[in-house]
Design a protein around this ligand. Structure first.
Ligand code: NAP
Ligand code: MG
Length: 495
């Protein structure tokens, strides 16, 4: 414990200042690659959260942010993007050390975060309304206005990038925000707070970042009558509780980006080597801690056996190791609790009769001190097993055979989720038939996972409500106002 004195005490970012929580209690922040404590984060209370909400409320209601021109707001976002690029090396290193993701992937995330602020900085000046063709002597206008104060709750798998996905469109729209990072991974969001603090033209209180427990800070954001909108990414269970809290408080608007159990569908005519790569990349990228992970690998029967063999062979070459080593392809899972949860699913898969073809164990040796887990592949999986139905959010692939297009589509859609899916084939007609029939928000053909800030992201069914990113992403932060201007002088015909 003596060593804790030297650890950085991360602060809450409220109303433009860095402050301790009212009770001063902190949480240990770990490096999941070695289990060492790397920082202390504030554990905010309901009152701390309310302070942040009031700061955002004041910044929104009393301006000057509200009255900035769209150009000026856009330029603020461009400055944030430039600062992120300048800090790239540091941000990537911190992200990797706090979340366990390989440094190369952390660098991609930092680039994407900067791109997100650039994209929405540009979009700020493209928010337009309409002139509606009403039949009377009147001018009917549709105006778009910022929705107000936004509570934003994010998970730990892409800590910086999720903060960018949430904050950038909200600021472009003219909103004020209170963001809650996931408790285990607050480091880069609070580094981003320093960026906001240094951008002179961003008024204080427009962005607030509050670390702490979901059922405390997140719940308050969902329940507060002063919050106009909540944006959440995380589990379906918490998404449901946020929706309830919103309904029972002030009917705040809610967007949810929830889990998935996405099918990655392989036909016998597809490029075989590319398919193997796509199956592995689709499910093991970011240690499988990806909402759109292709965790159900559906393979056409004629190639099924060969496919499982080739996948397992190639998966052995995935380098599990120190996230800061550029050769590493998979780092540790984010926390020891999460690893146990994933291991629980591996146990369930075995019990239900799936065949463990590869992995399933914790690596020993130099990696024994971290929360590592081997890439794990099950075959002979039935789509009714828990490992095929529930989101595992770790490096566990369920390989399921199918016979022809019809069965592929039935299996793909036999899930409560609908976030993403992919199909691999050389037959363009078949590819179109499949993508039209799979009920999911994101479909890839002959690839899986490329994600762009310019294109919409979100799910069908229990994978969520609404879309983030692209032009859709900004609508979440805008209200629509209809304005009628009477052009008929004189008395109104009613009398
Ligand atoms: P989670 O419980 O949904 O957490 C996501 C965020 O919501 C965290 O910041 C969490 O804080 C917060 N939260 C928890 N309870 C809340 C409440 N009542 N009101 C408002 N906010 C609340 O997810 P998790 O526990 O980290 O992971 C569990 C599973 O969720 C994963 O294994 C995975 O299946 C799924 N998940 C999905 C995504 C995705 O991108 N769709 C991301 C992460 C996880 P606390 O951690 O303090 O509770
Ligand atoms: Mg949770």
């Amino acid at each position: 414990m003596a060593g804790k004195k030297n650890l950085e005490r991360l602060k809450l970012y409220i109303d433009g200042g860095f402050v301790e929580s009212e009770k001063g209690s902190t949480r240990d922040i770990y490096n999941p690659a070695n289990g060492q404590v790397i920082a202390l984060a504030q554990e905010a209370t309901v009152e701390d959260t309310r302070k942040a909400i009031r700061a955002a409320r004041k910044a929104f209601d009393q301006g000057p942010w509200h009255d900035y021109s769209a150009q000026r707001r856009g330029r603020v976002l461009f400055q944030v993007a430039e600062a992120i690029k300048r800090e790239k090396e540091k941000l990537a290193r911190l992200e990797s050390a706090n979340s366990g993701k390989p440094i190369v992937e952390a660098e991609f995330d930092v680039d994407d975060a900067a791109t997100c602020f650039e994209y929405y900085g540009g979009l700020a000046t493209k928010i337009t309304g309409d002139v509606n063709p009403v039949p009377d002597q009147a001018l009917s206008l549709t105006l778009k206005e910022p929705i107000g104060v936004c509570g934003q709750v994010i998970p730990w798998n892409y800590p910086l990038l999720m903060a960018a996905w949430k904050i950038a469109p909200a600021l472009a729209a003219g909103c004020a925000v209170v963001l809650k990072p996931a408790p285990a991974t607050p480091v880069t969001a609070l580094e981003l707070a320093k960026v906001f603090a240094a951008v002179e033209d961003l008024p204080k209180g427009v962005v607030n970042i509050v670390t702490g427990d979901g059922p405390v800070v997140g719940q308050e954001l969902a329940e507060s009558p002063l919050v106009n909108k909540v944006a959440f990414t995380g589990s379906t269970a918490v998404g449901r509780s946020i929706l309830k809290a919103a309904a029972e408080s002030n009917m705040k608007k809610v967007t949810l980006e929830l889990g998935g159990k996405s099918p990655n569908i392989f036909f016998a005519d597809a490029d075989f080597e590319a398919s193997i790569d796509g199956a592995l990349f689709g499910v093991f990228i970011n240690q499988g801690e990806v909402c759109s992970a292709g965790s159900r690998i559906l393979v056409e029967k004629p190639i099924y056996k060969k496919f499982v063999e080739a996948m397992s062979e190639k998966a052995k070459r995935i380098v599990l190791g120190d996230p800061l080593d550029r050769k590493t392809k998979m780092g540790p899972l984010v926390t020891s609790t999460h690893r146990e949860r994933v291991e629980g699913y591996i146990g369930a898969g075995r019990k239900e009769g799936a065949r463990l073809v590869l992995g399933g164990k914790r690596p020993g040796g130099k990696l024994a001190g971290g929360y590592f887990l081997e890439p794990t592949i099950f075959d002979q999986v039935n789509n009714q097993m828990r490992i095929a139905r529930e989101e595992i959010f770790g490096p566990v692939a369920a390989v399921i055979p199918f016979d022809g297009e019809k069965e592929a589509i039935e299996l793909a859609n036999d899930t409560p989720y609908g976030l993403a899916g992919a199909v691999w084939t050389r037959d363009i007609y078949r590819a179109f038939r499949i993508i039209k029939q799979v009920r999911a928000g994101i479909l890839w053909v002959n690839h899986m996972q490329p994600t762009y800030v310019e294109a919409p992201w979100g799910g069908y069914k229990m994978s969520g409500i609404g879309r983030e990113l692209g032009k859709y992403g900004i609508d979440n932060y805008l209200e629509v106002k209809q304005v009628h201007i009477n052009l008929n002088e004189g008395p109104i015909a009613w009398y």
